[in-house]
Design a protein around this ligand. Structure first.
Ligand SMILES: Nc1ncnc2c1ncn2[C@@H]1O[C@H](COP(=O)(O)OP(=O)(O)O)[C@@H](O)[C@H]1O
Ligand SMILES: O=C(CO)[C@H](O)[C@H](O)COP(=O)(O)O
Length: 515
């Protein structure tokens, strides 16, 4: 954000709800992050491929982190609040109380998480319809989107959930409703996960064809019939009740939200790169690919005209950057896969002890261990006979095949720390190769990408970043501000406050690359 004529003492709060934790930041008018706080959130996996959360637990965590980042600040200086979150499905009854999304009837667990794969039969039937809305999700709907999950609820929890439900929210929209009482949905969520079209609105024939004609009959009141662009100001701003919860003043501007990957994309894709000798300097913003790497990785490329990439979500109009089409490639598990491989290895307890003794994270320890054992070779050569296929949770892009599984070839009869380090390296390489596979599919369809902009938890791992550069052959830019997703959320708040005319105006010089 670049302030221009505004006074310097205006602040914005961004709240980012990831898969594993909630983060908040206080950001100034120049986009500089002044305070940061995070808080883990609960997750349940009551059975394989069922992943649930609690919207009350998530809101409570939002309140804890927001209170922390505004400590010591004159609350009158806080002008706007923006939320982003994972695209999980929140279910509330007609009085806005949580409803259970499980057979146990535990209403605390009222969120079907984005990575939940329970609705396989439902998504297969949806894809068999070959309905035209599927063209706008890469040709194949993902089990991680909302329509199959809604159909699963109707077919499996009719009495305990479906019949009682009054409101189905994408998690980012739930948060903005909780803050303002306004049920308007963000165009970002509805376009990307719910088949809404920015140009044509809802398609009645789709919902009727898949057996969810209920939504058409009540004019989409349960899933959203008022739609606003991300960054638009909601109602009268923060309600007195939400203000008390969050430790802010009532009435401050609250923005229509973004999905987390889109907030990260917004936070990095417009960075000013002048003077860094980067190939993308002087090239259009469409030559950049934002890669948001957390539990999953999301590959966000924008274009002036719609580009249809088989197996890559979109094209979505105005879902991330207003006026641009978005294609969203993805890998359903990346950080989660690395954690899974490392934590499941027989040498993990030894790794923990050694990393703790050096006051390092296990990943910093593994990276230095790889440096030690590579000897004179480049580190990548350590895996010449060990290979990982990373689709342990199916392939989101570009194969769009949820049935795919993971694979490791080249295992030996030893399981020492060297083996663990090399398996970790092979996993990171496999993820980077998956990114290259997605880029190749996007380029074959018409994108022209020259530079990667990485953010999210995994961008803090130098090995992960280096492997993405090596494997794609492209420069990787890291934003000066490590918490770029939160900057994206704060940009929404800044935009809603009216201090900035649009989210693009917030892209400014202070948000250039790291030196
Ligand atoms: N400093 C770090 N070094 C290596 N990996 C990291 C680091 N920080 C976070 N990660 C990894 O990033 C992933 C989580 O990223 P994050 O963006 O916090 O996820 P989410 O938004 O999905 O909650 C985890 O797999 C974690 O191990
Ligand atoms: O589908 C997505 C974005 O469209 C993301 O994968 C999902 O929101 C989870 O994000 P994260 O891995 O950062 O927790």
């Amino acid at each position: 954000m670049s302030g221009g004529e505004q006074k310097p003492e205006r602040y914005y709060v961004g709240v980012d709800v990831g898969t594993g934790s909630v983060r908040a930041a206080l950001v100034d008018q120049s986009g500089v992050l002044l305070a940061f706080a995070d808080q883990p959130i609960k997750k349940w996996e009551p059975q394989f491929n069922h992943h649930e959360q609690s919207s009350e637990d998530i809101w409570a965590a939002c309140c804890v982190v927001t209170k922390k980042v505004v400590q010591g600040i004159d609350l009158n200086q806080i002008r706007g609040l923006g939320f982003d979150a994972t695209c999980s499905l929140v279910v509330l009854d007609k009085q806005f109380h949580p409803l259970p999304v499980n057979h146990e009837e535990d209403s605390h667990r009222n969120v079907i998480m984005w990575l939940d794969h329970r609705a396989v039969s439902q998504v297969n039937r949806i894809n068999e319809t070959k309905h035209s809305v599927l063209q706008y999700v890469g040709g194949v709907m993902s089990v991680e989107m909302q329509a199959p999950k809604l159909l699963w609820l109707k077919e499996n929890l009719r009495e305990t959930c479906w019949d009682k439900a009054g409101h189905f929210f994408d998690l980012p929209d739930f948060l903005s409703w909780k803050a303002t009482g306004v049920t308007a949905r963000s165009l970002c969520s509805l376009v990307c996960k719910w088949t809404y079209s920015a140009e044509r609105g809802w398609d009645d024939s789709f919902w009727k064809m898949i057996g969810l004609e209920d939504f058409v009959a009540d004019n989409y009141s349960k899933i959203g019939n008022q739609v606003l662009p991300p960054g638009a100001s909601l109602g009268n701003g923060l309600t007195p009740e939400a203000a008390r919860d969050l430790g802010l003043l009532p009435g401050i501007a609250v923005a229509a939200s973004l999905i987390d990957a889109h907030a990260g994309g917004l936070g990095v894709i417009g960075a000013d790169v002048k003077g860094h000798g980067l190939v993308c300097e002087g090239q259009p913003v469409t030559s950049r690919l934002a890669v948001i790497c957390g539990t999953s990785s999301c590959h966000m490329g924008i274009s002036k005209d719609p580009i249809f990439v088989p197996g890559v979500w979109g094209p979505y109009f105005s879902a991330m950057v207003p006026g641009f089409w978005l294609n969203e490639g993805g890998q359903s598990v990346t950080g989660k896969l690395i954690d899974h491989m490392v934590e499941g290895h027989a040498a993990f307890p030894e790794l923990q002890v050694k990393a703790t003794a050096r006051c390092q994270s296990v990943y910093a320890y593994l990276n230095s261990h790889l440096d030690l054992i590579k000897k004179a070779q480049p580190v990548g050569f350590l895996t010449v006979d060990l290979h990982v296929w990373p689709d342990f949770h199916g392939n989101r892009s570009p194969l769009a095949d949820l049935t795919l599984k993971g694979m490791v070839t080249g295992l030996k009869l030893s399981q020492d720390l060297d083996d663990l380090a090399i398996l970790y390296l092979a996993t990171v390489q496999a993820i980077a190769l998956g990114t290259r596979f997605i880029i190749e599919a996007m380029e074959a369809a018409g994108h022209s990408i020259s530079t990667l902009f990485l953010c999210g938890g995994l961008s803090k791992n130098p090995l992960f970043v280096q492997m993405h550069a090596d494997v794609t052959g492209m420069p990787v830019v890291l934003s000066q501000e490590v918490e770029s997703v939160l900057v994206g959320a704060a940009i929404l708040g800044a935009c809603a406050s009216g201090d900035f005319a649009s989210v693009q105006v917030c892209w400014g010089e202070s948000r250039g690359p790291r030196q």
